[in-house]
Every structure is written in C-alpha cells, then in structure tokens.
Design a protein around this ligand. Structure first.
Ligand code: ZN
Length: 196
C-alpha cells in the first residue's frame, strides 16, 4: 500500500512535528507507517521523505539515495555535488547541526511540491543525532548530497519547505528543469542569478 503524499497548502506541512517516544516508536502503527513511507518513497521514486508529508505529525524521516538514481547524471556533476549512494536510513527525532558553514547551491525538488524545482543553498556538511527505528541512538557526519537531503527532510519537521529557502528567481516547472537544467553544474546555476 502506498501513502498519499500531502501537497503544499496542507496545514500538516507547516506544523512542528511531535517527538516520538520510545513506546510510540515500538507500536505497530508507527512501525507500519515507517514501512509504508519506505514503499511510498521507492515507488515515486525519491531520495527522502518526512512523516508530515504523509499526514503524520511525527519526527520521522527516511532517506535512501540508490546508485540507480545517479545513472542519468554526469559523473562530474555527481562529484561536484558530493553525491554518493546512501543506504536506507530511518531517523527518529533527528537533531541537525551544521558543521561547515560554506554553502552550495543546486536544484532540488520535493514530493510535496510536485512538479517544480528550484535552486536552494544548503550547508555542505552536517552532523545528525537521532534514534534509529528500533530506538537506538545514532550519530554521524554527512556531506554533499546526503547533507542536503538531511537538511531538506529535517526542515519538514519544523514546517519549513524548500520554497522558504530557495533562490526565488530559479523556481521552475519540472518539465523545464528536465529539459534544460537537470545537468546544471554550479557555474551554470550562478548565471541563473543574473538572468533578467
Ligand atoms: Zn520535501
């Protein structure tokens, strides 16, 4: 079964999500929500999903960036973006800290703003502390695209969408993005800032 992806405008996407207690995390409903979130993410496919996007006001995110998703992208762009495959991660009550303040600008999209893309500045390296799906604490440092996905998904838990952080003049339809910008490296993105 796939879950409905809530779209921008739904109040749940603008709320601060609730912390998940260890008791609640072990409950069948929560574990099933996690399973269905994984199915829904893989079906689309996407690289990250936060519980509010499926209408659950809970601090749960999942991330998975498969090698297969990188096939159509130039190796140089993947290298520049620091994009490497990320095995499935389920993170509960995540806390994110930016560890390197320099930011990179690339296009991103969101399953809750279906059909659009925009350039969003994000920190290149972050540190995350969370619980895994069994309630065990995890802590790790992530960089590049993995750090970007984490920032995007953890933003969802405080009601922030990428459109709150985007370069407003870069906002575009996914169709135009696929046609003209999907392989855009940073030099090309810089030009977009000056497009009048
Ligand atoms: Zn999103």
């Amino acid at each position: 079964m796939l879950l409905q992806l809530y779209q921008a405008g739904e109040p749940v996407l603008r709320k601060t999500a609730k912390k998940v207690t260890k008791v609640a995390l072990n409950q069948a409903h929560t574990q099933q929500t996690i399973e269905l979130m994984i199915d829904t993410l893989r079906d689309h496919p996407g690289v990250g999903l936060a519980a509010p996007q499926v209408g659950e006001n809970l601090q749960i995110i999942i991330i998975e960036d498969k090698k297969a998703y990188h096939k159509k992208l130039p190796a140089m762009l993947l290298k520049e973006q620091g994009r490497k495959p990320v095995p499935l991660q389920v993170l509960v009550n995540p806390i994110l800290k930016v560890t390197k303040s320099d930011t990179k600008q690339y296009f991103e999209g969101c399953l809750s703003i279906n059909g659009y893309r925009a350039v969003v500045p994000r920190a290149f390296e972050v540190e995350v502390r969370a619980l895994d799906r069994t309630g065990q604490p995890v802590a790790f440092t992530a960089s590049g695209w993995h750090a970007r996905i984490l920032q995007h998904e953890i933003d969802h838990l405080t009601g922030i969408l990428y459109t709150d952080r985007m370069q407003v003049r870069s906002f575009m339809t996914e169709a135009i993005f696929n046609k003209k910008w999907s392989k855009a490296a940073s030099a090309m993105i810089k030009k977009l800032d000056h497009t009048a």
